[in-house]
Design a protein around this ligand. Structure first.
Ligand code: UDP
Length: 365
């Protein structure tokens, strides 16, 4: 008999499992997949750690989270500075003075701000009601058309005018020459790969892979006094109020007999005509000098049951539905919920860790 059955060996489940094991609890962690780490999973290929489910760049300003995660692996000093490609034009991301200079030839912050103000005034938008209006207000029409519209509509499979504004607020807009994609104090990639970090997080816990909770829930639930569920919340409740929407992804991993293919870890393809959104060259996350390279082409996909859910689609209808499920979850006394899928929130890794630490502190005190 276990104290906790943790469903899902991703970030939330593994952090909770670590804290529970440290508190002397007996923990069983199960996962549907044949590996730990959830979507953070990395796999070695040609001596390179490949981010198997897309780029995972760790960043946080939360001291407690940073101290916690560093106990399980050291992080390198990688800084994400992606390049956006629109047809044959290249721009730096996030939106900063380098982007504004390449787009308009402006050289000072005042000139860039004036250009954006002019385009914002021409649009007539005052209170943004959706991602399109929010983007135009933040960076103007030209950047919206070349660097946001095509990328976002591929990524989410719907018009920018039907997407929530908060998605674009994830990206900094900066009137400095600074290509760091994140504003956070700490940033890096685990030097031994994410999978090694998860092995350490899960040390001392029993782990069963290829084990699908929903397919065998009665038996699995009977193994522990309490359950920590990190899968899709609507699936947990057998879709009783209806299905939440997710966005899917497909990755095409390619190994090339070439040392340096694109010269940067992340290139975003922002025009609608290119079917993938990003190309990742993994070795650059770790300053690799191998003679080969591995690239991943990231294709957004329509999600349907049975496929991997990557992103919650946090529009009003889905959020309202998720809230109904969350109310059911709050009334449970044997089950705790957490992580991107159970909370139905567009969390980054550090936010998931913070949430798991908080849940663990409450539960284990
Ligand atoms: N985005 C964009 N152009 C880009 C990169 C991002 O328009 O070149 C927008 C897009 O709407 C995307 C959002 O910014 O969904 C958030 O991007 P982020 O890189 O945070 O997404 P993630 O890495 O979580 O997929």
């Amino acid at each position: 008999m276990y104290d906790y059955l943790v469903v899902g060996a991703g970030m939330f489940g593994s952090v909770f499992a670590r804290k529970a094991a440290d508190a002397g609890k007996k923990v069983l962690v199960i996962d549907r997949r044949d590996h730990i780490g959830g979507n953070c999973y990395t796999k070695q290929q040609a001596g390179i750690d490949v981010h198997w489910y897309g780029a995972h760049i760790f960043h946080t300003s939360n001291e407690e989270v940073w101290r916690f995660i560093n106990q399980f692996g050291s992080f390198n000093n990688f800084i994400n500075a992606p390049v956006a490609r629109y047809k044959n034009e290249l721009y730096n991301l996030p939106f900063n003075m380098n982007t504004f200079h390449a787009m308009w030839g402006v050289t000072t912050p005042a000139e860039a701000a004036a250009k954006i103000a002019e385009q914002r005034a021409a649009s007539g938008i005052s209170t943004p009601r959706n991602l399109e209006e929010q983007a135009i207000m933040l960076v103007g029409q030209d950047i919206y058309e070349k660097l946001i519209k095509g990328y976002t509509e591929k990524q989410w499979g719907r018009p920018c005018s039907e997407l929530p504004a908060f998605i674009i607020q994830r990206l900094p807009v900066r009137f400095r020459y600074d290509n760091n994609y994140f504003n956070d104090r700490y940033q890096g990639i685990p030097e031994a790969g994410y999978t090694a970090l998860f092995e350490k997080l899960l040390a001392g816990c029993d782990v069963q892979l290829n084990t699908d909770y929903v397919a065998d829930r009665q038996r699995l639930s009977s193994l522990a006094a309490k359950i920590v569920y990190t899968g899709m919340i609507d699936q947990y409740y057998e879709y009783r109020y209806g299905q939440l929407e997710y966005r899917g992804l497909r990755f095409d991993h390619q190994e090339l007999d070439e040392e340096n293919h694109q010269g940067v870890a992340v290139v975003n393809y922002t025009e609608a005509a290119v079917p993938y959104t990003r190309v990742i060259e993994h070795k650059h996350f770790a300053f690799g000098t191998q003679s080969k390279t591995v690239l991943s082409y990231e294709y957004p996909e329509q999600w349907q049951p049975g496929k991997e859910p990557y992103y919650p689609v946090n529009n009003e209808a889905n959020n309202a539905l998720a809230e109904r499920y969350r109310q059911l979850a709050q009334a449970e006394n044997k089950v705790l919920f957490g992580g991107r899928l159970a909370d139905y929130r567009y969390y980054d890794m550090h936010q998931v860790i913070a949430a798991a630490l908080e849940t663990a502190a409450k539960e284990l005190s």
